[in-house]
Design a protein around this ligand. Structure first.
Ligand code: DAH
Length: 353
């Protein structure tokens, strides 16, 4: 019987070696491992064997069973690797190619520099635990002004020339407008969560303004807000400095000035040394050598209350980053109108076709 078992295993390995598909191997497996397989057949002879023989046959049969199992698995693994290799050979990926596909493939698009920088800033804030929120372009005067501590007769409304909609008011009975800033999302964000929280909200904003080298009617902001217990100006400065260091990959010279915005108290203007003229004075920095990049401040209690937050218990900071200015500083662009000018010579420098 020992000889029969050896033969059985030899037959098995011979058969296995001729197989080249996984399904054939699986068939062979059920043939040999199944209840009616040759191993069971051989073991039927056990009843006629001497006790001495039985003692040897038991372990031998087990060994063969195990070998068959592991041979099958090894074969299946080998076939899988071969299949992967065959696929790779048909469709090779050359990891040594260094050519820029954007240059070689003229139909290829590229990210607009605003989108690219927005994604970069989002990544920085995501890594610091901020959520990313969105809000509507068509807003109402409650979210754009009133809730931000700018009542109807407040002169601060004149700081932002607004595109108003004529015609029906929005559901709330408030007048509709194109949002003049992303601060509207502060209100939406506060109303939809419980403190502590921190989020950013990037997006387009609209102002009915005369355009020049540093003003456009449509531009981009990225709002940020952090609300919790005992949030301080030091927290605000820490996040702003981290952001600027990550974006410019160097310590940029900054200065903090008092700034007035009705929705913060105290409010600040965070300026950076103009990177276009290196502080010498140019049209972008209006010859001052400094560029206003990051207006910010501690959230006014009225604003917290408008957002449904107990201002005795919680406080927070907010900021409104100008993404267009950031792009201009990063790439040395001296006129904001290039950014949406749709001039292909400009766009091509950022990979657009
Ligand atoms: N919303 C302001 C604007 O567009 C910018 C701003 C200032 C946003 C101070 C803020 C802030 O969050 O704290 O002019």
């Amino acid at each position: 019987m020992i000889a029969q078992l050896d033969k059985l295993y030899a037959d098995f390995t011979a058969k296995l070696s001729t197989l080249s598909t996984q399904s054939d191997v699986l068939n062979l497996k059920s043939e040999y491992m199944g209840k009616k397989g040759p191993l069971t057949e051989v073991l039927k002879g056990l009843k006629d064997a001497t006790p001495d023989e039985r003692q040897k046959i038991g372990p031998k049969a087990n060994e063969i069973k195990q070998n068959i199992g592991s041979d099958i698995q090894a074969k299946l693994d080998g076939l899988e690797v071969a299949e992967i290799n065959a696929k790779l050979a048909l469709d090779p990926i050359d990891t040594t190619i260094t050519d820029n596909v954007l240059v070689n493939d003229p139909k290829h698009g590229g990210l607009h520099p605003i989108t690219a920088i927005q994604q970069e800033v989002e990544d920085i804030f995501l890594s610091m635990g901020f959520d990313i929120l969105d809000g509507p372009h068509v807003e109402d005067e409650f979210h754009n002004f009133e809730a931000l501590n700018i009542p109807a007769d407040h002169p601060a409304r004149d700081m932002q020339d607004t595109f108003w909609f004529h015609g029906p008011e929005v559901e709330s009975g408030k007048k509709a407008l194109l949002r003049t800033h992303t601060s509207t999302i502060q209100i939406r964000g506060m109303m939809s969560r419980k403190p502590p929280f921190k989020f950013i909200a990037p997006g387009k904003v609209f102002r009915c303004e005369r355009t020049d080298a540093s003003h456009e009617m449509v531009f981009h902001q990225l709002e940020g807000m952090m609300v919790g217990k005992d949030v301080s100006v030091a927290n605000l400065i820490y996040f702003m400095k981290t952001l600027l260091r990550e974006i410019f990959k160097t310590d940029v010279e900054v200065r903090l000035r008092p700034g007035f915005f009705p929705f913060v108290e105290p409010g600040f203007e965070l300026d950076i040394r103009c990177l276009i003229c290196k502080g010498e004075g140019c049209s972008v920095c209006k010859q001052t050598g400094w560029v206003e990049l990051l207006p910010c401040g501690m959230v006014h209690p009225n604003v917290l209350r408008a957002g449904g937050i107990n201002s005795d218990e919680y406080n927070g900071f907010a900021f409104g980053l100008g993404l267009d200015r950031l792009v201009m500083m990063r790439y040395g662009i001296d006129d904001i109108r290039h950014i949406h000018g749709a001039d292909l010579r400009f766009m091509r420098q950022f990979g657009a076709y």
